[in-house]
Design a protein around this ligand. Structure first.
Ligand code: SF4
Length: 441
């Protein structure tokens, strides 16, 4: 019935959202829809939204306000809103943006065929933002963004309720996917030529097998590593409180598990961490970093930091800077605090002025840039194996690959190397990437 109908998705936000868009694509393709990169020819135009910062929200509403103009959408195109904003705002979206036809929360993608069919049958506006679906993990991704690397959801939701975060409200309580389902998805990916998988969850290391067949998260990592053809395994994001030495042990003993960890810090001040409800202190976080640094493998560390949290003093901000210096992160995602309706911190009074938040963010980013340059300078002359996963749009002989530490190396080589593991030697560096040359050429 839908043969030839086209869909277009724009994705905002995190890796989980990008992976969700792959799942949505999979469902629509099964219904006979065809993906298009050109919004103006789409019959179904979807925005997969993020609610983590106010700016992201505003961007989506301004896109929706001028949806025909922004996307050149056909007058007959159905407009859908997916993801965290859809979950959080629910039916109120139809009032704020009357052109929207479909609202689907992140737990309801397995119901898309039914929901889209209702639209096709003439229902004016269709919504599903339920969170208790027993079909939560049923939706396997269709088209993947990369033919070599794939995301695999192993859990959804979060029970931690950090005072600044909307995730427990938008994605619901923590639910783990059965280990055997994770393994069978990875087996299927490997048989289709994927060589790298990233296991995804809001607090990925809290994963527990609901069927009780796999004892713990690190056991799951070992089982995934045994699947033939899988050469690299990453996971994101672990919560510092659940981070135990067994993760270092698995990185040291299982070569497929990459020596790269994203360990969200959020603030270097214990007082701010307490107001954020992060349930670890500066010292406890540093203990985790210490056992990572003692590892036999050189483990790259990245993090998330929020500046200008309500009540953050200059001295507390400086504690964050000193923490960043002590840890020496390989990369960082840093943000100004953005109050989100529905969270505890939304009501906090001692707000930091916007200009001061911007100043702190700039100081932090410049500080981190210097650290990244210093760390990258040390890599010049060293050799690494990279998975070649991209090439320049302008020149297909300019390739990009990633090391096990997730560092990007740009180098010259034939496009046939895409999807292969090759050795490169680092010749130069910038804050966010390295320059290299193929070894043996
Ligand atoms: S642990 Fe992460 S996802 Fe969960 S509430 Fe805190 S910041 Fe949000």
């Amino acid at each position: 019935m839908n043969q030839g109908k086209k869909f277009f998705i724009e994705t905002f936000g995190c890796q989980m959202n990008h992976h969700d868009s792959e799942k949505v694509s999979g469902r629509l393709v099964k219904m006979g829809y065809v993906p298009t990169g050109n919004a103006s020819e789409a019959d179904l135009l979807l925005l997969n939204t993020c609610n983590i910062r106010e700016k992201a929200n505003q961007k989506v509403f301004s896109r929706l306000g001028a949806v025909r103009k922004t996307y050149g959408a056909k007058p007959t195109a159905k407009i859908g809103l997916l993801g965290c904003m859809a979950q959080m705002e629910g039916a109120s979206i139809f009032k704020k943006a009357p052109k929207v036809d479909l609202v689907v929360g992140s737990s309801s993608y397995s119901f898309l065929p039914e929901l889209v069919s209702r639209l096709e049958q003439g229902e004016r506006q269709v919504i599903d933002v339920s969170q208790d679906s027993d079909r939560l993990f049923e939706t396997e991704a269709g088209a993947r963004e990369s033919p070599y690397k794939a995301f695999v959801t192993i859990m959804e939701g979060c029970n931690r309720f950090c005072s600044f975060c909307v995730v427990p409200y938008t994605r619901g309580p923590e639910r783990s996917r059965p280990g055997r389902h994770v393994l069978s998805e990875v087996e299927s990916l490997s048989s289709r030529g994927f060589r790298e998988v990233t296991l995804l969850g809001q607090t990925v290391n809290s994963w527990r097998d609901p069927l009780g067949e796999i004892s713990c998260f690190t056991d799951l990592l070992r089982r995934v590593a045994r699947i033939e053809g899988i050469r690299r395994i990453r996971f994101t994001s672990p919560h510092p409180s659940d981070f135990q030495p067994d993760i270092v042990e698995v990185i040291e003993t299982v070569p497929e598990v990459c020596n790269q960890i994203h360990l969200p810090l959020q603030s270097g001040s214990t007082a701010v961490l307490q107001r954020m409800k992060r349930d670890y202190t500066r010292e406890q976080y540093l203990e985790k970093v210490a056992f990572l640094k003692r590892s036999k493998r050189d483990i790259a560390l990245s993090t998330d930091i929020i500046v200008g949290f309500p009540g953050e003093t200059q001295q507390q901000f400086e504690e964050t800077l000193s923490m960043v210096e002590t840890v020496g992160y390989d990369s960082m995602f840093s943000f100004k605090f953005s109050p989100r309706p529905g969270t505890e911190a939304f009501a906090f009074q001692d707000v930091i002025p916007e200009a001061e938040k911007s100043r702190r963010l700039q100081v932090l980013q410049q500080f981190q840039r210097k650290i990244q340059l210093e760390r990258h300078a040390r890599l010049v002359g060293k050799e690494f194996e990279v998975l070649v996963d991209g090439s320049s749009r302008r020149d297909s002989r300019v390739l990009a690959g990633r090391t096990t530490q997730n560092k990007i190396v740009n180098f010259s080589g034939p496009p046939e190397l895409l999807g292969r593991f090759v050795p490169v030697k680092v010749t130069d560096y910038a804050p966010n990437s390295l320059r290299g040359e193929l070894v043996g050429c």
